[in-house]
Ligand binder design. Structure first.
Ligand SMILES: [Zn+2]
Length: 483
């Protein structure tokens, strides 16, 4: 498949852009009502497909069922009128194309998650990274530990960052509650699988864990006095790796998670773990001495390595944020990196595969307009302007050598939801930036933003028809992003 041969004509407006599009002359008379003729070819990779629409009808040849599904998604974008006569050859540049949704800071119902999955399918994104636990809420039923979803799932109010409220630190008085039963999780996994989307659960270890400590205080170093975090700050209260009971808990949780989720990978978080409680804890200090560890940083590595061994013993692999690569890591672990090339290159040199989600291109909780006052509240990261063009410019080929790129499994966009309490706001944050991301993930190489921007206009009509909210300042004339 040659990604350099790209010819898209006006009648064919598809996102993400297929590798090869040739519009054929003549009236093909193929009708949308016709059932496509489908064949599978071992010569194609499982997600690759060839779509032909001509006088003989609609034909799909694909490497596997995923390829057939993507051909149908492409077909759905050819319209809504008569089908054009066209020959399309297509395949993704990256095997892993993901989106992370934070369900801890705000809770999203099963139906809302299904809407997100529909959008991922529409954009040929094949992984849903489900952020299920954090300081501010535990969202997945664990039958062995019922307090997690009796205590850890609820916070009575939220105190936002200063600046959110003009008067400073004011509780909003709005409770946030909710969790997914295992039955609901299975429903979501199945719904995703029907759309060729793998669901990767994330259980944060050892930091971002206050909701678990509030449920079972013996998991923490002090053993008492925890509550589900009601602020957006990163809590200093984290799991105590000095106690064996903590590891028994974590392994019990992960065993149920692995029974529930068939994914090859289990995300174990690993980021932003504060160490100050460990410095004061006799159990943690004893562990450091007994294991010959140098300091609390190595205690974190010890924790990750133990968890990694347990996950691997069940035939699965871990994914973790950048920090899991500190202090030695099995090469079966994959590092999800929100940082830039220097950090990623170090991980690759250690022999670990990486998934790239650089904040400047992929963090969709950031503002997308320099005039922040004109937008719903958002995070000021990325200089407060992760606009559509910035999202579109995600291109790992600009930063890594071919040998390094061979260690890049793919890319992911992330929606943290501190600022995002309702679905219409969620839609605004990801649409149409998800369009930009999906094209970067699918095509991989250099792209023409003006050409993309023209196709976003067509996509917006689909969003209108589906009743979805989106950032309308990209619709119409191309905005001047330089100002
Ligand atoms: Zn401790």
């Amino acid at each position: 498949m040659n990604h350099l041969i790209i010819l898209v004509l006006a009648a064919v407006s598809i996102i993400p852009k297929p590798a090869v599009v040739v519009e054929l002359n003549g009236n093909c008379k193929a009708s949308r009502a016709q059932t496509p003729q489908v064949t599978l070819s071992p010569a194609l990779k499982s997600e690759a497909y060839i779509l032909d629409i001509d006088r003989k009808g609609v034909r799909i040849c694909a490497g596997g069922e995923a390829g057939v599904f993507y051909a149908r998604e492409t077909l759905a974008q050819l319209g809504p009128g008569a089908l054009p006569c066209v020959h399309i050859e297509d395949a993704p540049a990256f095997d892993y194309r993901g989106m992370m949704l934070d369900c801890s800071r705000h809770f999203w119902t099963v139906d809302e998650i299904k809407t997100v999955l529909d959008l991922l399918a529409m954009h040929k994104i094949n992984t849903f990274h489900w952020h299920l636990t954090d300081d501010q809420g535990w969202r997945i039923e664990i039958k062995k530990y019922p307090e997690l979803t009796r205590v850890g799932n609820y916070r009575p109010y939220t105190v936002s960052w200063p600046g959110w409220h003009p008067d400073g630190w004011i509780p909003d008085g709005v409770p946030v509650d909710g969790f997914y039963t295992q039955e609901q999780a299975r429903e979501i996994i199945e719904y995703a699988a029907e759309r060729h989307i793998a669901v990767i659960p994330e259980i944060e270890i050892p930091g971002h864990s206050t909701a678990a400590l509030a449920s079972y205080p013996w998991l923490g170093c002090r053993g008492e006095g925890y509550q589900v975090a009601c602020k957006w700050l990163i809590s200093k209260d984290v799991y105590c790796p000095g106690k064996e009971s903590t590891f028994a808990f974590l392994q019990g949780v992960l065993d149920e998670i692995m029974d529930l989720f068939p994914s090859e990978y289990i995300h174990i978080g690993g980021d932003e773990c504060k160490k100050e409680e460990w410095e004061k804890c006799p159990n943690c200090q004893k562990r450091i001495a007994d294991e010959g560890l140098r300091d609390e940083k190595e205690l974190q590595s010890y924790t990750i390595r133990r968890i990694e061994r347990h996950v691997r013993s069940r035939g699965r692999k871990i994914i973790g944020w950048d920090e899991i690569s500190e202090g030695g890591l099995s090469t079966t672990a994959v590092v999800m990196s929100r940082f830039g090339p220097p950090s990623v290159k170090r991980v690759i040199q250690n022999g670990n595969f990486v998934i790239l989600c650089p904040g400047e291109h992929c963090y969709f909780d950031y503002y997308q307009n320099p005039d922040n006052a004109a937008e719903p509240r958002a995070h000021k990261g990325g200089n407060g302007n992760l606009n559509l063009e910035k999202a579109y410019k995600l291109n790992p080929r600009n930063n890594y050598t071919p040998a390094e790129l061979a260690m890049v499994k793919g890319v992911e966009c992330c929606l943290w939801t501190e600022y995002v309490p309702v679905m219409s706001h969620l839609e605004y944050m990801i649409l149409p930036r998800l369009d930009a991301f999906s094209e970067a993930a699918w095509t991989g190489g250099d792209r023409d933003f003006d050409d993309f921007h023209a196709r976003v206009q067509v996509m917006a009509r689909r969003y209108d028809a589906l009743g979805l909210n989106y950032a309308r300042h990209y619709i119409g004339a191309k905005p001047d992003f330089e100002k």
